[in-house]
Design a protein around this ligand. Sequence first.
Ligand code: KG4
Ligand code: ZN
Length: 354
Amino acid sequence: MSLGPLLAIETSCDDTSVAVMDADGRLLSSAVHSQDSIHEKYGGVVPEVASRAHVERATVVVREALEGARLSLDDVARVAVTVGPGLVGALLIGLHTAKAFAWARRLPLTPVNHLHGHLAAVWLADSAAPFPMVTLVASGGHTLLVRVDAPGVFTLLGETLDDAAGEAFDKGARLLGLGYPGGRELDQLAERGDPAAFDFPVGLRRPGSLDFSFSGVKTALFYLLREMGSEERAARAADVAAAYRASIVEALVTKLLAAAEEQKVPAVAIAGGVAANSLLRRQIVAKGAARGLYVVTPAPPLCTDNAAMIAAAAWGGPVLPYPEYLALEASASLALAVTPGAAGDGAANLRDPV
Ligand code: KG4
Ligand code: ZN
């Protein structure tokens, strides 16, 4: 919907991010402040600490994004914000920041489902990608296979039955004694190892299932490392990381290609933080192309959490006029099927009396 420049805010986890998009859907700027250095010492995201860091940064990042777009707040015609799923305290900081900016100038607001944001990163990265497509969304909290018929038209095909792929990478990194954030560190270490050195199980390998399971590979890593002495563990770390990564990536790539075949779609895409994984990117490009599929691998900054993807998801989404959006609430567990703000969105918990 072309209303004029859109300001999008994303604070669902540990990145404070703001983006500006113009009336034609072109991205003008995207600012991301990572909290990695804050959560590093805890080895994971501490929700309360994340919320506080969002409070401290939110207005600074809004200013940075506006400066990047060479606009002022007076130029903004609409505000968009992630309302779930995510850490509820972190979401609330973004939501209230967005409400305050919109309220001050009586602007309309578009609430966005974070999962729709990850899916929108695909057409933001490649506007020529053909529909329908099957997209793998693999992040720290989700592993989903989604059929996308058009922007905003999604069907869930499969999902993880236990850990998310990002969680499996992060837990594996912790077992290997790597730094934080774990997924990226494990990926870098694995680049130097031999994936054939160890044999890790691939969850739910049987044909016919489009669901994932990563608890088996994680348990196998725990027992393998327990059997090794500290010297062997250090000497074989790269090989262990490579074999562990290969098992997770094999599950992701096999199921994504199986879903594409089953759905008879011309295109596949990857999204979410795990889509920054170098082996996953190489394999889906090679194997997808071998099957004649159009493959979209958004650049890593569009895969990890960012507000540019939230702006892209919001662009054609529901526009709530002032003061309707003041009643919006954040939702920690918003399902893929929910388009917040749409008539009959089924998210009763997103609207409380003002
Ligand atoms: O999408 P995202 O930024 O946040 C969530 O919505 O969860 O995804 C974060 C996840 C983390 O689990 C992180 O370890 C993983 O993405 N990740 C990676 C890589 N970069 C980030 N996993 C594997 N390889 C990477 N290069
Ligand atoms: Zn995410």
